[in-house]
Write a protein that binds this ligand. Structure first.
Ligand SMILES: [Zn+2]
Length: 77
């Protein structure tokens, strides 16, 4: 296992559909890095970076999947 474990303080990118389901049903959302958590806070895709450090794994996946687009939102895990 060489993948670093995401910090609890990181902002993770999560698909919007997962965020909606998580908040509505109280189920776990899965971040792009594979981290699962129940969403407890949202920011826009252009969100507030000052809230915390963005998960580097999620950021890499986000830039790969949707360059210049806002298909995902950041969630404070
Ligand atoms: Zn992440």
């Amino acid at each position: 296992m060489t993948v670093p474990k995401p910090s609890d303080n990181y902002l993770h990118y999560v698909k919007k559909s997962d965020i909606v389901r998580s908040t509505v049903e109280g189920t776990e959302a899965t971040a792009l890095c594979g981290e699962c958590f129940v969403a407890c806070g949202l920011t826009g895709a252009q969100g507030s970076a000052e809230l915390g450090e963005v998960c580097p794994i999620c950021l890499g996946e986000y830039l790969t999947l949707s360059p210049g687009r806002s298909a995902q939102s950041k969630v404070v895990a």
